[in-house]
Design a protein around this ligand. Structure first.
Ligand code: COA
Length: 362
């Protein structure tokens, strides 16, 4: 395992996993035995989920992309049936709060595969319904026969566009799993207590919400809007750094080079018509931010992370920026649920130690 950790914790191995490996020094991400570049461009979200669930040894998980596609279609239909019974969960002002509240209401049956499929399918339905409600519109019914990415896009925008659906599919695969990140660790901790898939995914959504983890892509788009043109990038970024603020979409706990997912998403964006000027602006901002951060932190490489191009891709696909973090959860649900199954197989409680630094009694 090649993940690296905070100073002093470099040798802490939180779990053994067959799901994904993050090589932070070389900028390489392997998911279920495939380089992320290859997996994202060649496999659908359903195929990636099938690989993750099989690699996790999830009992009863559907095998292969076609079986997962059918199962997720049914799960989306079942989740849509629950929409009228969710109370105020989807009235939350923040999409991650809405998703957390709605997913938390799913029944936990105790059947790993059944609950994993239900939660993964429901994430797309609830995220889309939250966005529609925010826009003052009724939810759009899922099409159980459609692909997950295509149907999610349709449930959000009411439109069907093959290139946009393909780009979104590339995105969902790209973020489907990523080593022992904070939300995946959260899911595994919950699973390790003998709790259930729904509780693990609900907790993971809470961890993903924070701006240091999955909450950055919306602010990245705000930044691109504020910068406006490539010529303004340097002055704007210098002012942000001088004010002590972090540049969203830059830096990573594990990667010491550019996040390999940034390249995958950049390539996927290139296939979308609407993205030309925005992509050029993003590239200029990334280039300048990388240079300025190198000046300030010559010993600590800070390069673009996955969130940087997530913002551009999801915007070009037609999703509102408030839905960017929930859409991350839609993709990561495959990885979270696979990790839950893998953790359950170990049968071990995760119980890290702390170092006491308080006073000793009298
Ligand atoms: N912009 C400006 N400075 C940054 C920075 C950024 N995006 N990321 C890190 N730094 C600086 C820190 O201020 C710190 O400087 P200091 O030593 O002078 O205090 C130094 O680089 C090291 O940062 P540190 O907080 O130790 O790095 P980390 O590994 O804990 O943080 C992130 C990783 C992702 C939390 C951090 O890079 C960040 O906040 N990025 C922006 C948010 C983001 O894009 N999140 C999505 C992650 S996928």
């Amino acid at each position: 395992m090649t993940d690296t950790y905070a100073p002093g914790l470099e040798n802490v191995i939180a779990a053994e996993t067959a799901l994904s490996d993050v090589d932070g020094a070389r900028g390489r991400l392997v998911i279920a035995g495939h380089d992320v570049e290859e997996l994202a461009m060649r496999s659908s979200f359903e195929e990636a989920a099938a690989m993750l669930w099989q690699a996790a040894g999830m009992p009863g998980a559907p095998e292969g992309g076609a079986a997962v596609r059918a199962a997720l279609g049914e799960a989306r239909a079942a989740a849509a049936d629950r929409l009228p019974r969710l109370g105020d969960a989807l009235a939350a002002g923040d999409g991650m709060d809405g998703l957390r509240g709605a997913i938390g209401q799913l029944p936990a049956t105790g059947d790993l595969a059944r609950d994993a499929i239900a939660a993964t399918g429901a994430a797309a339905v609830f995220a889309a319904a939250w966005a529609r409600r925010q826009a003052g519109r009724p939810p759009i019914a899922p099409d159980p026969g459609a692909g997950h990415a295509e149907d999610y896009l349709h449930m959000v925008t009411g439109e069907v566009s093959a290139p946009r659906a393909r780009a979104l599919d590339h995105y969902l695969v790209t973020v489907s799993d990523h080593g022992m990140n904070a939300s995946t660790f959260t899911a595994r901790v919950v699973a390790s207590t003998g709790s259930d898939v729904v509780s693990a995914v609900t907790a993971a959504i809470g961890a993903l919400k924070g701006p240091l983890h999955g909450g950055a892509p919306g602010p990245v788009l705000d930044m691109l809007d504020a910068v406006g043109t490539p010529g303004n990038a340097e002055a704007w970024l210098r002012a942000e750094l001088a004010a002590g603020r972090r540049i969203m979409g830059m830096g990573h706990r594990v990667y010491r080079v550019r996040d390999p997912r940034a390249a995958v998403l950049e390539r996927a964006i290139g296939e979308l018509e609407a993205s030309g000027a925005q992509l050029a602006l993003a590239r200029a901002v990334e280039r300048t931010a990388t240079e300025l951060l190198r000046e300030r932190h010559p010993d600590r490489p800070l390069a673009a992370n996955v969130e940087f191009y997530t913002a551009v891709l999801l915007d070009a696909a037609g999703l509102p920026r408030t839905l960017f973090s929930p859409t991350f959860a839609v993709g990561r649900a495959a990885g979270w649920t696979a990790h839950v199954a893998e953790q359950v197989r170990t049968g071990r409680l995760i119980r890290p130690a702390s170092r006491y630094i308080g006073p000793q009694p009298g």
